[in-house]
Design a protein around this ligand. Structure first.
Ligand SMILES: [Zn+2]
Length: 333
C-alpha cells in the first residue's frame, strides 16, 4: 500500500477507534450554504476580472489580458515519509498538466506569499514555462535562482511599493505567518534561505523568508490574500473588496486578537466577501476533490464559526468557498 494512503487510513482508523475530535476532518457539507454558485449573467461577462482557486493559497487572476498567479503550488507531494524525512521537488509533469488544464500559456507575474514549499516550490518551473516574473522575498528568489531561473524573472519586492502588470497592481505588506508547532519551528523553517536552493531539497530547507499580505488590485475590484495571523495596523487606510483568508490562523488567535483581526482586516477595509483558503489537505492531488485538513492541523470549524457569527452579528460581508478549477468573476457581491 502506498504510504500516501497509509497515513490517512491510519488517522481514519484511530479517529474511528477513539472518536477523537482532533483526528477527524471537518464535514464540508456543513458549509454548503457558504459555497459559491455561479450566476450565469456574470459568468457570461467577457474580459472581466476572474479568479480560479487552486487549493492552498494558489489563486489565478485573469482579466482576459493579463494573468497573475499567486503561488501556484501544484505538486502537493503526498508520500509522507519522503515529505517529512526525505527530499521533495517540483513535479514538472504535474505543473505542465495543470497549466494545460487551465489553458495558461503565458503569465505576467507570480507573487509568492512566503517561501515554504506549499507556496514557493513550483513557482520557478511555472515561471520557466510561462515567462512570468516571480515577486517575493529574498528567500523566494533563492528558490528561483537554485532552479536556474534568469535574474530578470526574479524580483525581491519592496514593502508598500506598487507593481503594475496590465490593469493589475500588486502590493506587498509585511504580515505574519501562522504559528507552527515548536518542533517544526526548531527545524529552522521559519528562517531565511541564504543560498540558491537546489531541488530536490528537504521540506525544512524551504524556509519562510517573509510572509506578506498580498494585494491584487484591479479597476474591477481589490483582493487581498492574508495568512490570518497579523501585525496590528498593517492595513491602515486600505480598502479591500475580497479577502482570501487562510483559515488555519484564526483559531490560533486569542479572543481579543480575533476581535482586533476582525476590526482591522475585515471591517475597517470594508471587506465585502471573505473566501476561505488554505483549508485543504495539501498532501492530496489537486485533480481530486479538496478535503479539509484534520482538526489537529487546522480547526476549520472554529474559524468558520467565528466568521459566521461575525457575518450574522454585523452584516456587511458574505463568506464564500470558491470551487477549484473554475474561473469565478470577482465583481462585488
Ligand atoms: Zn507557511
Amino acid at each position: 500500500m502506498n504510504s500516501r494512503f497509509i497515513f490517512p487510513s491510519l488517522l481514519l482508523f484511530l479517529s474511528a477507534l477513539t472518536g477523537c475530535y482532533s483526528l477527524q476532518t471537518p464535514d464540508m457539507q456543513a458549509y454548503e450554504a457558504y459555497s459559491y454558485h455561479p450566476d450565469r449573467s456574470q459568468t457570461a461577462a467577457k474580459g472581466s476580472l476572474k479568479v480560479t482557486f487552486l487549493g492552498t493559497s494558489s489563486l489565478y487572476f485573469n482579466d482576459g489580458e493579463t494573468g497573475i498567479l499567486v503561488d501556484g503550488f501544484f505538486t502537493r507531494p503526498g508520500n509522507l515519509p519522503q515529505l517529512f524525512f526525505g527530499q521533495i521537488a517540483s513535479d514538472h509533469q504535474i505543473v505542465r498538466q495543470t497549466l494545460e488544464r487551465l489553458g495558461i500559456t503565458h503569465l505576467d507575474a507570480i507573487p509568492v506569499f512566503h517561501s515554504h514549499y506549499d507556496h514557493a516550490m513550483d513557482a520557478p518551473e511555472i515561471a520557466r514555462l510561462t515567462g512570468a516574473q516571480i515577486l517575493g522575498s529574498q528567500s523566494t528568489t533563492m528558490i528561483g535562482r537554485g532552479a536556474g531561473l534568469p535574474e530578470h524573472q526574479l524580483k525581491v519586492v519592496e514593502l508598500g511599493r506598487e507593481y503594475h502588470f496590465g490593469k493589475f497592481m500588486l502590493r506587498f505588506t509585511e504580515s505574519k505567518h501562522v504559528p507552527l508547532p515548536g518542533l517544526i519551528e526548531s527545524t529552522g523553517m521559519m528562517g531565511e534561505i541564504a543560498e540558491p536552493l537546489h531541488q530536490p531539497a528537504s521540506l525544512y530547507a524551504y524556509a519562510e523568508g517573509m510572509t506578506y499580505a498580498i494585494e491584487v488590485s484591479h479597476p474591477e475590484g481589490t483582493s487581498m490574500l492574508h495568512s490570518g495571523a497579523f501585525l496590528p495596523g498593517e492595513f491602515q487606510g486600505r480598502k479591500i473588496d475580497t479577502l482570501f483568508l487562510c483559515t488555519p490562523g484564526l483559531p490560533k488567535l486569542n479572543e481579543a486578537e480575533r476581535e482586533q483581526f476582525y476590526q482591522e482586516i475585515i471591517r475597517a477595509p470594508g471587506v465585502k466577501r471573505v473566501v476561505p483558503v488554505h483549508w485543504d489537505d495539501f498532501t492530496r492531488p489537486l485533480t481530486e476533490p479538496l478535503v479539509p485538513l484534520p482538526r489537529f492541523a487546522e480547526d476549520l470549524d472554529a474559524a468558520m464559526s467565528f466568521l459566521i457569527n461575525k457575518s450574522q452579528q454585523q452584516p456587511g460581508f458574505e463568506i464564500r468557498f470558491f470551487p477549484t478549477w473554475e474561473a469565478v468573476p470577482l465583481t462585488s457581491p
